[in-house]
Design a protein around this ligand. Structure first.
Ligand code: SF4
Length: 505
């Protein structure tokens, strides 16, 4: 089953055709089990400088960031001379066994865990990507999505660039290679100032690590460190601060929007490669993606989600007997809702955490099978009760309907659904894998129509104002909210993706 394939220091872990054949028959994640009616995670990145076992540290960091992508993972290391890179399909713990980690020497590392966005899902596009350019060997790992890819790719190919992948990360490296700037750091700044969209990236050469965020700061990226008395600090960079906890590193600060940070033997230096664009950090990181034990965009996710629940309770409270979260991402908002409303919080739905990757569905057409596999109702909590269900989003509506039916089937007398963000009415172009507008139920139906479709007694969403206040943005100018408003922070959008199901109706 395991067939490992290494190609020198640039290698892949190949889990064999048997593994892929098996996975192609079955859903890959819990979300896809539930009819794909969920927004997928994007990517997670880490970087380590100054640790004798940097590959192991990258492994731990990626382990903590596994929620941001389960399709593939990779680690590149450098020891001042060599730059090694191994990646594979699957979970971090499946790919990086002790044997594999030992093939990654060096005191520096970058790592990546991925859910595919731009570029197909092949191993070829797993990251880090290693490119041998006229500026030397560079490895890059990227979280986000570039929106001016087409123009840049055509321009670079006209200049003689040969692309090894379809990933947008390679565009950045090719721009570095083709830059007329004479130093590497100038070439990186030049490259980053030409791309538009969302990117939090880590890059590594044989002797330095670079970290940068796009000028609008769409995706989070933070710096941590471990102080060693009498020695140089160990420096870490990670998509979310929960990675620092596992690594026993302290949080230092966020990489700022438009900032390029360089980490070397001489310490940390920084430059602002872009200024003047308003911040538009992804508010959906607070709603769903980031872990509640992380601090993103200067605020604890737990605190924001708790406030979402409290605002929701004030805006759309309803007489009820129990508050029940849709696990796991609805839990923190449900706690806030329960405290604010004074109605008891109960775990009335239990999630099976062990379902998904190796599961073989016995019968394709078993009704509601996916949701029943993923969630099970606790009948003694729900029977005879008026239930407020708290969830973080409704995408197509199919999963919500199954959950409402499940709760009612367990004996609930009323089922009221409350959503801890506004209706999702527009797709994302910045690294979140949303369906097109045609498939988003809230883009094409009224709230009352959605309520009827999902068969709830009542349905309410958190207001945009309530969401922004919950996330600490009282001036309404810090976050991207395009999937709730259709107001995109960048000029470029894919027109086909934003057409409603019934244009003109
Ligand atoms: S469109 Fe939505 S998901 Fe995408 S970056 Fe903006 S807030 Fe985040």
């Amino acid at each position: 089953m395991s067939g490992l394939l290494f190609q020198g220091v640039e290698g892949v872990v190949d889990r064999t055709a048997e593994h892929y054949a098996c996975r192609s028959l079955v859903p890959q994640s819990l979300e896809s089990i539930a009819d794909g009616d969920a927004l997928h995670e994007e990517c997670g990145v880490v970087a380590i400088h100054g640790h004798a076992e940097a590959a192991h540290e990258a492994y731990l960091g990626l382990y903590a960031l596994q929620h941001r992508g389960q399709e593939s993972a990779g680690i590149a290391t450098a020891d001042g001379q060599r730059l090694s890179n191994i990646k594979g399909m699957g979970l971090v713990s499946e790919i990086f066994t002790d044997d594999v980690l030992q093939k990654l020497p060096g005191h520096m590392a970058i790592g990546h865990t991925r859910y595919s966005t731009t570029g197909d899902s092949a191993l070829l596009n797993a990251q880090p990507i290693r490119v041998d350019s006229v500026k030397g060997l560079i490895a890059i790992a990227h979280n986000g999505n570039l929106v001016n890819l087409g123009n840049l790719r055509a321009k670079l190919e006209a200049e003689g660039a040969y692309f090894q992948t379809t990933s947008d990360s390679e565009i950045i490296v090719q721009l570095i290679a083709h830059s007329k700037a004479t130093t590497l750091v100038d070439a990186i700044a030049d490259s980053l100032s030409q791309v538009d969209g969302a990117f939090s990236i880590v890059m590594m050469t044989r002797d330095r690590i670079f970290a940068a965020r796009d000028p609008r700061g769409f995706r989070p990226l933070s710096i941590g460190r471990i102080r060693k008395p009498g020695q140089k600090d160990i420096t870490y960079v990670a998509s979310e601060t929960c990675a620092f906890d596992l690594l026993r590193a302290e949080y230092v600060r966020d990489v700022e929007p438009g900032e390029l940070v360089m980490i070397s033997e001489d310490g940390i230096t920084s430059r602002q490669y872009a200024t003047g664009l308003p911040q538009s950090s992804c508010i959906f990181e607070n709603v769903y993606f980031a872990r509640p034990d992380s601090r993103v965009f200067g605020r604890w996710v737990q605190e924001s989600r708790d406030q979402m629940g409290r605002h929701l309770a004030r805006e759309s409270g309803v007489p009820a007997d129990v508050i029940v979260p849709v696990p796991d991402s609805g839990v923190t908002a449900a706690l806030g809702f329960a405290e604010e409303s004074g109605i008891p919080f109960r775990l009335g739905l239990i999630r099976n955490h062990y379902v998904g990757r190796t599961f073989i569905e016995p019968e394709q057409r078993v009704r509601d099978f996916g949701v029943r596999l993923k969630l099970n109702p606790v009948r003694n909590i729900l029977a005879g009760k008026r239930v407020v269900l708290i969830d973080d989003s409704i995408i197509r509506g199919t999963t919500s309907r199954k959950i409402v039916r499940m709760v009612r089937g367990a004996g609930a007398t009323e089922v009221h659904l409350r959503i801890s963000c506004p209706p999702t009415i527009s797709p994302c172009f910045y690294g979140v894998d949303t369906p097109s507008k045609k498939e988003l139920i809230a883009a094409n139906q009224s709230i009352e129509e959605i309520r009827k479709f999902i068969e709830a007694d009542s349905l309410a969403y958190l207001s945009l104002d309530g969401l922004l206040k919950s996330c600490g943005d009282h001036d309404h100018n810090k976050f991207c909210t395009a999937c709730y408003t259709g107001n995109y922070p960048t000029a470029w959008v894919d027109v086909d993706e934003i057409l409603p199901a019934n244009p003109g109706s």
